[in-house]
Design a protein around this ligand. Structure first.
Ligand code: ATP
Length: 319
């Protein structure tokens, strides 16, 4: 909290602000001010200290620390409470623990690095330090469990819009949860739910976005990309996360009554619909043309045998 106020003061003043001024306004000793400054420096802020003039904020790090995520964040609920980790097993796991302890809707867990980042079906999500956005949101939606898949689509829409707004890159959604740029995967979404047959207790939306990642492991070399690779320069993770939260809240507020708006937006951002696809699931493989998504977010396919099938979950390969 003190760091929040301090940063606000440093950011507002055009030049220097004296240690005395800070200590008076914060109601703490000069030694405490000095300690806060050291904490900020350790977090990556560059703060100049000049005798008889005071402190000056020279630069801020692109870290996803709560102060930075909240500064200028235009949301009511999403991301208003932030739990930040420099290193974590998986943001979804920690968000789940917080949700079970009663954390508010919109609580965000964010980490600079994940050691056990997960994709669907327990697959690994590569999450190197300081390069991407690895974040999970706690939601308590007013939806039936059967309608929860629309949350994955909502997150995908929010992610695609945020990326496009910041970078103007041509980003498309591969059903249901991948964001692709020029055919390569840039982001993934992992939705996990705690529910009974007719009640959702909470939903965790995990998002992994390759923002400034400059290299990938061998097996992902030709399938993954990052925003920085595609635009040729570093991209602000802070700004991207804020845009994502803002877009997500806007679309989330459409649920459940205006769900058609979300579905239509998803359709327009989709790179799956209209294409010949193969869908793999543990129990079946289906080939055909992806026609549409239905109200629940299931993929409708016109198969090569002339049937229409509805797919709730699977891996899509575009042909
Ligand atoms: P697919 O891309 O095969 O459709 P999926 O949609 O099921 O997979 P997820 O389960 O969300 O994807 O993500 C896990 C998979 O994504 C991994 O198996 C790996 O192939 C790939 N992957 C892992 N880390 C990254 C990353 N940082 N960027 C892009 N792709 C990744």
């Amino acid at each position: 909290m003190k760091e929040d106020i301090l940063l606000a003061m440093l950011a507002r003043s055009d030049g220097y602000i004296s240690g005395e001024d800070i200590s008076r306004r914060l109601g703490v000793s000069r030694t405490a001010v000095w300690k806060y400054m050291e904490d900020l420096r350790r977090a990556g802020y560059v703060i100049e200290a000049v005798p008889r003039r005071g402190y000056r904020l020279v630069s801020r790090p692109d870290k996803l620390i709560p102060t930075e995520v909240r500064a200028g964040l235009d949301t009511v609920r999403l991301g208003q409470a932030v739990h930040y980790y420099t290193e974590i097993g998986s943001t979804n796991d920690v968000a789940r623990e917080l949700a079970l302890k009663g954390a508010d809707e919109g609580t965000l867990v964010v980490a600079e690095k994940q050691i056990k980042g997960r994709g669907r079906r327990g697959r690994h999500w590569v999450s190197p330090a300081g390069t991407g956005i690895f974040a999970s949101l706690i939601l308590r939606p007013n939806l039936l469990p059967a309608h929860a898949p629309i949350l994955t689509l909502t997150a995908a829409v929010a992610g695609a819009e945020a990326i496009h707004e910041l970078t103007e890159l041509p980003v498309g959604i591969k059903w249901p949860n991948d964001l692709l740029i020029r055919g390569r995967k840039t982001a993934g979404i992992l939705t996990e739910m705690s529910a009974e047959i007719d009640t959702i207790f909470h939903v965790i939306i995990g998002v992994g976005i390759n923002v400034n990642t400059d290299s990938f492991p061998e097996e992902l070399q030709y399938v993954a990309t990052s925003l920085a690779k595609e635009v040729g320069q570093e991209v602000s993770r802070q700004r991207l996360l804020q845009l994502f939260l803002q877009r997500f809240e806007k679309w989330y507020d459409c649920l459940p009554s205006k769900r058609d708006r979300v579905l239509d937006r998803w359709r327009r951002l989709s790179i799956t619909l209209g294409r010949q696809v193969t869908v793999f699931s543990p129990n079946f493989t289906v080939q055909g043309q992806a026609l549409d998504i239905d109200q629940e977010g299931a993929l409708l396919i016109h198969t090569t045998n002339g049937e229409q099938v509805r797919i709730l979950s699977g891996d899509v390969s575009l042909r």
